[in-house]
Ligand binder design. Sequence first.
Ligand code: GRF
Length: 209
Amino acid sequence: MAKLKLGVLASGRGSNFEAILTAIQKGNLDAEIKVLVSNKKSAGALAIATQNGIPSVHLSFKAFALPNEYGSELIKVFSKYDVNFAVLAGYLKYLTPEFISNYQNKILNIHPALLPSFGGNGMFGNHVHVAVLKRGCKVSGATVHIVDEIYDHGPIILQKSVPVLDDDTEKTLAARVLKVEHEIFPKALQLFAENRVRLDGNRAIILER
Ligand code: GRF
C-alpha cells in the first residue's frame, strides 16, 4: 500500500502514541502522523501532539447527539488531513460501522492482554489486569489487531507475552505489559508499511521480507 499516513485516536495519557512517534523519528517506522484526535480535552496525547508539532483535534463525544454524527465528523477530520490508516492508541470510544468500513482492514488497536482472552466489552484499561490477576494467569501480554465491527475480534497482527509474578499488583503488571505495547505497536505498523500483511479470513499471515 501507499505510504502510511496515520490518523491516531487516543483518549488518555498517550504513551503508545508517543512510542509510535519515537519509532518514526528514529527511522524505525516508515510512516507519517497526519493528525491526533482525542475525545478528551485533558488527554496527555493532545499535549504530546502539540509539543511535537503534530496537528491535533479535540472532538468531544458529548458535542454530538448521535454516535453516527460523531463518526461522520471523524471521517471528515481524517479525510481533511489525508489519513489513509487509523491507529487506536488507548482510544475508549465506540467507532461507527461507517468509520470502520471506510478504513476496512486499515485500523489497528492495541489491547493490554493476549487476545482472545480478556477481551470484549468492559475489558479495557485496568479491568483487564485485574481480571488476569484474579484468574491466576501465569502469563499476560499485549496484542495488536485489526479492528472490525466486533470488539477485540479482528485479525491479530502481533502479540508478545510477559510473565505474571506472584507479587504482581494490577499496577506492576500494567507497567510490564505497557513496555511490550510500546515495542509491538510500531512494529505492527511497520509490517503494514512494508506491505507484509495478508489476510486469510480472520487470520493475518505475515510475509517474509
Ligand atoms: C494501554 O494500556 C492500551 O493497551 C489500552 O489503553 C492504554 C493506553 O495507554 N488500550 P496510553 O494512553 O497509550 O499511555
